[in-house]
Ligand binder design. Structure first.
Ligand code: GLV
Ligand code: GLV
Length: 322
């Protein structure tokens, strides 16, 4: 059997794949994305595909792969880059990497929230550029978590891990929204399930940790931001497309909301001349939620084991239910 790996991945994952002796591997061995033409040629006739979240695995790729393909293993928890309907129709199985990246992603979400509400990048810049002239009572003030209301969009694995970490900062109230109430996830935080509009109106901090689906696409739009408090902070560590970025820009420029911290954007990478990058009240990170050495290593091993199990037609450590 043969598998195509679309990117350079941690050595641990590649070793797990090659030492299993289950398949021969063809790899795009680079940190840069595989060019589309190389992807289409690379998947042809393969039985397995190990991909990353910036590869669009659509009908064209599936057609190029042909009928041998039985397993797609993605090095991510998000699966919005996979054409799931087409994949299901063809009887292809999907492996992904939930759980093991939850802690790292929650840590990054908290770091981004604090960096944004306490204006860390802006402050660091002022130290370097001479803006720090003396201690000033009114200078570089931000917003505190203590006594605040935090609204979480998507109280799943990562949303709960974020709430668990924020609670000790003295958050007073947790709100959450999503496709349905999840009392079993909410009980630890006494989080109240509310409609999206109410979450926008009442939260001091909004944290987006939901998956990108047709239902959540563009969900944080003009109407949403217009309901938020002028002192509120918006954080997104899920997928850029959950947010209408033009509407977010307007909300930040007009002072409709205080600040935003984004680990995800549309597109990725965000062009360096993008208007959002000109704003002091917007902190943007290059999609590094799961980027710790330990987590990326573990993700690569899990993705390898998912791929191997799929090739051997065995049960996978983490299979997406299609
Ligand atoms: C990261 O965004 C992932 O989906 O794993
Ligand atoms: C701040 O540094 C203070 O002492 O209040």
């Amino acid at each position: 059997m043969q598998a195509f790996v679309t990117r350079r991945i941690p050595r641990e994952g590649l070793a797990a794949l090659s030492q299993a002796g289950v398949c021969s591997i063809q790899q795009w061995d680079s940190d840069e994305p595989v060019p589309r033409s190389e992807l289409l040629a690379g998947v042809a006739g393969k039985h397995g595909l190990l991909c990353v979240l910036s590869d669009q695995i659509d009908k064209e790729v599936l057609d190029a792969a042909g009928s041998n393909l039985k397993i797609i293993s993605t090095l991510s928890v998000g699966v919005d880059h996979l054409a799931l309907e087409e994949i299901k129709k063809r009887g292809i199985r999907v492996g992904y990497t939930p759980d093991i990246l939850t802690d790292a992603t929650a840590e990054l979400s908290v770091a981004l929230l604090l960096a944004t509400c306490r204006r860390l990048p802006e402050s660091v810049e002022e130290v370097k550029n001479g803006g720090w002239t003396t201690w000033k009572p009114l200078w570089m003030c931000g917003y505190s978590l203590s006594g605040s209301t935090v609204g979480i969009i998507g109280l799943g694995r990562i949303g709960q891990a974020v709430a668990r970490r924020l609670k000790p900062f003295g958050v007073k109230t947790f709100l959450y929204t999503g496709s349905r109430p999840k009392p079993e996830n909410a009980v630890e935080f006494q989080a109240e399930f509310v409609p999206l509009a109410k979450l926008a109106e009442e939260s001091d901090f909004v944290v987006v940790t939901c998956s990108l689906t047709p239902d959540t696409k563009g969900m944080c739009n003009k109407d949403f931001f217009s309901r938020m408090k002028k002192t509120s902070v918006f954080i997104n560590t899920s997928r850029g497309a959950v947010v209408n970025q033009e509407d977010l820009y307007q909300a930040l420029v007009s002072g409709q909301i205080a600040a935003a911290g984004l680990d995800v954007t549309t597109p990725e990478p965000l062009p360096t001349d993008h208007p959002l990058l000109s704003l002091k009240n917007c902190v943007i990170l290059p999609h590094i939620g799961s980027a710790t050495y330990a987590t990326r290593n573990a993700m690569s091993v899990l993705a390898a084991n998912n791929l191997l199990a799929g090739l051997k037609e065995e049960s996978m450590p983490c299979e997406l239910q299609l």
